[in-house]
Design a protein around this ligand. Structure first.
Ligand code: SF4
Length: 353
């Protein structure tokens, strides 16, 4: 594994999509993120959906979930439209969604690639059986012991989750990649090496490290950066290989400019990817989810398919200007830069390779 699952270059396998964009043709998104519920069984102090102290807070209504009828309609639509992949994530905890089992069954039956980002607390039984055939499962886990875990997540379920991870690693299919998302904070940076040791020993395929984003990320991490880099390096030296890898997004993300200014106006990723959230609204991307300025439309009274292909959505996409509307860190920054370079090419010269 390693970094390739996160590679920006994946977009270039979707040549049909690229050609459709060139022809100004509206086609289905390649990849849809579904946030089935805002209900959660944990209480992380850094949750962007719950706390107004962290960077980019998007407080949500914790009671909201996509009604089962609507979920069935969404899955029928995305299968019919030719969407290739779907990830279930939060909002809340996707495995707490009231209809998660039939939802996963439907997606699997439709032959769509699927994955989940979960805290792992409910990763057992039928849920785990269905997810064993997912393309990937990522567990948000950011502590090497129960004390740190409780401090961050306000629940006493650390041992249960480690047991779930170990059992899942033993049962999952070979093509399902099991990863850990570790958000580095001032409370858990000393746990990095120990967690890598523990997880590499129980069949986890990789751990991705990224920094907690705050209103002043550089200042927040200044006192811990060196130790973080040292622990990641030592863990990589000692545990990488034999099916385990470390994905270090911490160092790269820490080097990003806080006063972020986009170099391009067109977000091409909005044609590839979209978010359907628990409030039955469709948003441009993760960062714009649950923000009024990120909303594409409301699917409580129409279907996803109708909304996606509507004239209003086409007009909204044409009008959207990333330079003025997205002046913050964007997970798709590199992909958008590559696509902007591609679409700016003078086709008259493309054969002179
Ligand atoms: S934040 Fe990034 S991906 Fe989202 S709409 Fe803006 S440019 Fe596109």
């Amino acid at each position: 594994m390693g970094n390739s699952a996160y590679s920006d270059m994946k977009i270039f396998y979707h040549t049909e999509k690229i050609e459709a964009i060139k022809r100004n043709e509206r086609t289905a998104p390649v990849y849809v993120r579904i946030k089935p519920t805002n209900v959660c069984n944990q209480h992380c102090y850094y949750c962007v959906y719950a706390d107004d102290q962290v960077f980019e807070n998007r407080r949500v209504d914790r009671r909201e979930s996509i009604p089962w009828d609507k979920m069935q309609e969404i899955i029928r639509d995305i299968a019919d439209m030719g969407v290739k992949a779907v990830t279930f994530s939060g909002g809340g905890e996707p495995l707490c969604y009231h209809s998660i089992i039939p939802t996963l069954e439907m997606v699997k039956e439709a032959g769509i690639d699927y994955s989940v980002i979960t805290n792992g607390q409910e990763l057992s039984g039928k849920r785990a059986d269905l997810l064993a055939d997912a393309k990937w499962v990522r567990i948000s886990m950011d502590a090497a012991d129960s004390g740190t875990y409780q401090k961050i997540r306000n629940v006493d379920t650390y041992e249960r989750i480690v047991n779930n991870i170990e059992a899942f690693a033993g049962n999952k299919s070979e093509t399902c990649t099991l990863g850990i998302n570790f958000v580095v904070t001032q409370d858990n940076y000393r746990d990095i090496y120990r967690l890598c040791e523990k997880m590499s020993g129980i069949g986890v395929n990789h751990i991705k490290f990224s920094p907690l984003m705050t209103k002043d990320t550089q200042a927040y991490h200044a006192g811990i950066m060196e130790e973080v880099a040292d622990q990641i390096k030592r863990a990589a030296d000692d545990f990488s290989g034999k099916g385990f890898g470390i994905v270090d997004k911490y160092s790269g993300d820490m080097m990003l400019d806080e006063n972020f200014q986009k170099q391009y106006s067109t977000c091409y990723m909005k044609y590839f990817f979209t978010v359907i959230a628990a409030d039955q609204k469709v948003y441009f991307c993760h960062q714009k989810a649950y923000r009024p300025d990120g909303m594409i439309g409301d699917i409580s009274r129409c279907s996803f398919k109708e909304l996606w292909y509507s004239e209003e959505t086409t007009k909204l996409f044409q009008k959207m200007d990333a330079k003025s509307e997205c002046n913050f860190r964007c997970v798709f920054e590199e992909r958008n830069m590559l696509l902007n370079r591609l679409f700016a090419l003078d086709r008259n010269h493309i054969n002179f390779v």
